[in-house]
Design a protein around this ligand. Structure first.
Ligand SMILES: [Zn+2]
Ligand SMILES: [Zn+2]
Length: 230
């Protein structure tokens, strides 16, 4: 499905990924392990080849976003980009995870990161759709990033936001490493002039993104924002 001209939503295993389709193709998130054939089907279905995928941007290091990254990088030859803080987080061993005793620590210890990732820094602008601006939004994971597309007033958020009872909401309570930091990141997102929000696990919010983010930031400040208990 095309969200705006040149931006496709693609269902991979475990999560929605996005494809920026221009002369070169950029993939945003790689689904669970085994997602390669689904990506290939989509790319070939629009008359392109997987060899034209030159870049894989990881919104964060959770297995439903990077599980497929090694196979897709091998299949396409694409360069993988991920924020350094999540590269570091994925180095946690089981012994340390047992000391931390939090679901996010076990998830990190059990997730295989990309073989080789180029750092994705706050403020960097990647090619595509007139410029994909990297916004570092730590909290859900230390290296979570969103991609802001000013030309389309659009934001791709990974798991930094979810949709609960029809409302844009804070990220998953269980799998978020630092909710106070996540709230601060959302306050920063609420400053952006956007209309459309693309999520990893929910349908796209076509309009009213800025108002939804401002309302959420306000609720988060007053401590009444809903968070998922599951
Ligand atoms: Zn996810
Ligand atoms: Zn996640």
């Amino acid at each position: 499905m095309e969200i705006v001209p040149g931006l496709h939503s693609v269902r991979l295993l475990g999560a929605r990924a996005y494809l920026v389709v221009e002369d070169e193709i950029t993939l945003i998130d790689a689904g669970l392990q085994g997602s390669g054939p689904l990506l290939r089907r989509h790319v070939e279905g629009i008359g392109r080849t997987v060899g034209e995928v030159t870049r894989i941007v990881c919104t964060h290091g959770h297995p439903d976003h990077i599980g497929g990254v090694r196979e897709i990088a091998a299949m396409t030859g694409a360069q993988v980009l991920m924020h350094e803080a999540d590269v570091v987080r994925l180095r946690i061993g089981m012994r340390e995870a047992l000391r931390e005793l939090r679901p996010s620590a076990f998830v990190a210890a059990l997730t295989r990161g990309p073989e080789d990732a180029k750092p994705l820094d706050d403020g960097a602008v990647l090619p595509g759709l007139g410029g994909l601006e990297v916004v570092h939004t730590p909290g859900h994971t230390p290296g979570s990033v969103c991609l802001h597309v000013p030309a389309h007033r659009l934001l791709i958020v990974g798991d930094v936001l979810q949709v609960l009872r029809g409302q844009v909401a804070l990220p998953s309570y269980v799998f978020t490493e630092d909710m106070a930091l996540a709230r601060r990141s959302i306050a920063r997102l609420a400053e952006l002039d956007i209309d459309t929000i693309c999520f990893a696990h929910y349908p796209t919010l076509r309009h009213g993104g800025r108002e939804a983010l401002r309302a959420l930031a306000e609720r988060a400040r007053s401590g009444s924002a809903a968070t998922s208990k599951t």
